[in-house]
Design a protein around this ligand. Structure first.
Ligand code: NDP
Length: 433
């Protein structure tokens, strides 16, 4: 029973914002337990959720629900390998918005940087490893997933080592620098009976998911053309992205891959032919080893043509357009870390309407890591497993072949829809119809 004091306090607090209100909101546990709680024990609240009744009119969008993360001890532990820009600027901060994943280990070649980062994120010294010490991860039960965020040519060895240490693996894109390495990575994880997921974050991003769902539902009519552009202007010519041995290629595997993978994921089909051209500015030290601009057209069994282009020498643009017989749709900044805008264009009576769909802001890195965490916990195949990465490696090899020979390259016919993907995440509309 609530005491008189508690009941009065509850009435005063209802509708206000702050941590105290959460004690009195709708629980998966009895209100009496909440009323008497001062410090909350992790075990006691396991499985509990908190929600608030709606306070706005039905004409308004409901506010966000509390995220209701798992208690820390139940979240799946991740060790991040390679503390570079992506890891420190995006991945580590994104753990703060994860519900099912948490950071429990670090691997780096720079012990001083690792010491600083470990102290910032509360990682104990014994959960910090050099690359040579990765086998010791086996003894750390708090790490269940190893997230590889190294330059592309170093993915293969790190993935193999992680699997051999008994860990599931999330690996950054591009999966590898060639098809053979991608196959080795899949085999190593299969032999070790560990899951392998490739970090195709756009497949977990809400605007990209929504567009895929609507396109597959037939809302746009008969889709015949896709236009995907991902460009950025590189600086420092000495960085690993400009060194073929470390990067595997230029703009294609780094940013063109988004055009390729997002198109495939939206359609659920695999291309049957590709034709490509490559152009790099002459005498530019950035392009001694890798290409600047790649333009390629994919032809799909349904007849869809996808015009894709990537560049390392053009001002940044990351747009994705889908053109159907009844309507068209576009995501501005489709492949960016944030700031996506989804537009639908169609006839509305006597007008042409352009609607912006506002899906709210969700951190795609958190969604992606939570998906991996749930796949591990529930023993489910990730939506973007190693096979999805291998298919892109094969297609990129065909794109390079076409650019080199100046001829179209025919590709194996794949009839099964979403042939290389696992099931869509439960809490997201990936794929749809
Ligand atoms: P950075 O160069 O910023 O970081 C790479 C890190 O890898 C380094 O800081 C270093 O970490 C480690 N490393 C180990 N050996 C080497 C080496 N020989 N040369 C350089 N670094 C080395 O790269 P990014 O973080 O931008 O990219 C890492 C991976 O993430 C790539 O595969 C890239 O394609 C992918 N990526 C994905 C993005 C996405 O949106 N999904 C966006 C950006 C990148 P340490 O000092 O700790 O050893």
């Amino acid at each position: 029973m609530l005491s008189d004091f508690d009941e009065k306090r509850r009435q005063l607090l209802t509708g206000s914002v702050g941590i105290a209100t959460s004690l009195y909101a709708t629980y998966g546990m009895a209100a009496t337990e909440a009323g008497s709680a001062t410090a909350v024990d992790e075990g006691e609240v396991a499985g509990g959720t908190v929600s608030f009744p709606a306070i706005d009119a039905p004409t308004e969008l409901p506010g966000n629900s509390p995220p209701n993360p798992d208690v820390p001890g139940q979240r799946v532990g991740f060790a991040v390998v390679g503390l570079g820009r992506l890891a420190l600027q995006n991945i580590l901060p994104a753990f703060g918005q994860c519900k099912h994943a948490r950071l429990t280990g670090l691997v780096s070649g720079d012990s001083e940087k690792m010491r600083v980062i470990a102290s910032q994120y509360g990682i104990p010294r014994e959960a910090c490893y050099s690359y040579k010490e990765m086998a010791r991860l086996r003894n750390n039960a708090a790490v269940q997933v190893v997230y590889v965020v190294l330059p592309n040519a170093l993915h293969r060895d790190a993935v193999v080592q992680a699997a051999q240490a008994g860990k599931h693996v999330l690996c950054e894109k591009p999966m590898a620098v060639n098809v053979d390495e991608a196959r080795e990575m899949i085999d190593a994880c299969r032999v070790a009976d560990r899951k392998l997921m490739i970090a195709y974050r756009c497949q977990y991003e809400v605007n990209n998911q929504e567009l895929a769902k609507r396109a597959r539902s037939g809302e746009l009519g008969d889709i015949q053309l896709i236009d995907a552009i991902n460009t950025q202007n590189q600086g420092d010519p000495t960085q690993w992205r400009q060194i073929k041995k470390l990067a595997g290629g230029g703009s294609l595997p780094d940013v063109g891959l988004y055009c390729l993978n997002t198109t495939r994921a939206l359609l659920g089909e695999e291309p049957i032919e590709v034709i490509a051209r490559i152009q790099s500015p002459e005498h530019d030290p950035r392009f001694k080893e890798v290409e600047a601009t790649v333009s390629f057209v994919l032809r799909f069994p349904s007849g869809v043509l996808a015009n894709c282009a990537s560049s390392y020498s053009l001002h940044e643009k990351r747009n994705f357009r889908v053109l159907g017989s009844k309507a068209s749709a576009e995501i501005a900044n489709a492949f960016g870390y944030e700031g996506q805008k989804l537009y639908l264009s169609r006839r509305d009576g006597e007008s042409e309407a352009r609607i912006e769909l506002n899906l709210g802001v969700k951190n795609q890195f958190s969604l992606e890591m939570d998906h991996m965490a749930l796949c591990v916990r529930n023993n489910v195949e990730p939506r973007t497993p190693g096979e999805e990465g291998l298919q892109d490696q094969m297609l990129m090899a065909a794109i390079y072949q076409s650019a080199e020979t100046g001829k179209p390259v025919s590709l194996p016919v794949v009839t099964r829809r979403d042939a290389f993907r696992g099931p869509p995440p439960d809490d997201g509309p990936v794929g749809g119809g």
